[in-house]
Design a protein around this ligand. Structure first.
Ligand code: THU
Length: 158
């Protein structure tokens, strides 16, 4: 029997260490949390996607009384981005969240499995790595691709 280890490259940064472009995307994700509709969880998530055409598209979680009908911030942003600009590749996605206290989470909030799967599809489609910035208030994680967040992903056309 063989053994293999899968490693995930992770950069850990402070906000001030980010490039101006990354800081702007984190700011956009943080602003998007204020447009969240989360009366049930009171956990407000914002996502901002920088596209290859220079546009930035944002999304936030939108909940519903029929709980499973709600959508996460990442998929709100991704579906809006691809339905508005179908020819643009995703370059970077930044994600931020505020918890039930209303404050930004100190630690990074990572996308759920379903969002990783959805984002991976667009990454694969465009054949361009999508950098992932998980913006905690205290520390920021940067991953080089969506694929790196979803080892052993299902991808029919990979
Ligand atoms: N949520 C997101 O928007 N993104 C994630 O990656 C994880 C969870 C939302 C879904 C729900 O509205 C709330 O956060 C609590 O789970």
């Amino acid at each position: 029997m063989k053994r293999a280890d899968i490693t995930v490259p992770l950069q850990i940064a402070e906000y001030a260490e980010l490039s101006a472009e990354d800081r702007a995307l984190v700011d956009a994700a943080r602003q998007a949390t204020y447009r969240s509709y989360a009366p049930y969880s009171r956990f407000s998530v914002g996502a901002a996607i920088l596209l290859s055409n220079g546009e930035t598209v944002t999304g936030s979680n939108q909940e519903n009384a029929a709980y499973p009908s709600g959508t996460c911030a990442e998929r709100t942003a991704a579906y809006y981005a691809h339905s508005t600009y179908p020819d643009a590749a995703f370059k970077t996605i930044a994600i931020a969240a505020r918890d039930t206290s209303g404050a930004f989470t100190r630690t990074p909030t990572a996308p759920c499995g379903a969002c990783r799967q959805a984002l991976l599809e667009y990454e694969t489609l465009a054949a361009t790595d999508v950098r992932v910035i998980l913006a905690g208030d205290n520390e920021i994680f940067i991953l080089p691709s969506v694929r790196s967040t979803l080892p052993l992903a299902f991808c029919e056309f990979a």
